[in-house]
Design a protein around this ligand. Structure first.
Ligand code: 2PG
Length: 206
């Protein structure tokens, strides 16, 4: 049986382009982001993939990415579950600030710790560990069961909510996840073993 799970980070958002901390704020895709999402859909279609179920967050940039992908796949009406659990990490007080301005104010090292450390939260926000504490149970109880039943599942979400998920899925250490960056609009195709571990992983870059 094919146990297939595809994860995709949303296409470029307006605030990615403007270099702003985004978190739970809700900017839409840029023109480039729309193109990236459509290209992701075309790459999945080229593999002849069709899905049984989709998941996304409560945020516009991920929902619209999913919509564009499903349009390319000819599955615009696919059952889709939206949940806050898949939202981007909450950036707290950094939300809306420019990332270069933040580096000038607090220093390169401190900003790197807030952005990529495992368990140091930005002021008023979530660490990757905090994000994992909502993403992992959601994955185990909601996403994994249909995958294991053989429904092909597509998840359109965010850089850090997906990093938290990938950490658990690939069994990465806090040091390993620190180095892992996800590109916008690049689907990652996983096939799982019967014991839920990863059998195969393919990154669909253009
Ligand atoms: O601003 C954000 O919400 C995220 C994703 O764009 O940024 P970072 O790369 O710092 O995790």
């Amino acid at each position: 049986m094919d146990r297939l799970l595809v994860l995709v980070r949303h296409g470029q958002s307006d605030w990615n382009l403007k270099n702003l901390f985004t978190g739970w704020r809700d900017p839409d895709l840029t023109e480039q982001g729309v193109a990236e999402a459509s290209a992701a859909g075309k790459r999945l279609k080229a593999l002849d993939l069709s899905f049984g179920l989709a998941f996304t967050s409560e945020l516009t940039r991920a929902q619209n990415t999913l919509k564009l992908i499903l349009g390319e796949l000819g599955q615009p009406d696919l059952t889709t579950i939206r949940d806050l659990a898949l939202n981007e990490r909450d950036y707290g007080d950094l939300s809306g600030l420019n990332k270069d301005d933040a580096r000038a104010k607090w220093g390169e090292e401190q900003v790197k710790i807030w952005r990529r450390s495992y368990d140091v939260p930005p002021p008023g926000g979530e660490s990757l560990k905090d994000t994992g504490a909502r993403v992992w149970p959601y994955y185990i109880f909601n996403i994994l069961p249909p995958v294991m039943r053989g429904e092909k599942v597509l998840v359109a979400a965010h850089g850090n909510s997906l990093r938290a998920l990938i950490m658990a899925l690939e069994g990465l250490t806090p040091a390993e996840i620190l180095e892992r960056e996800l590109e916008t609009g690049v689907p990652i195709v996983y096939r799982l073993n019967a014991d839920t571990t990863v059998a195969e992983k393919k990154v669909l870059k253009g």
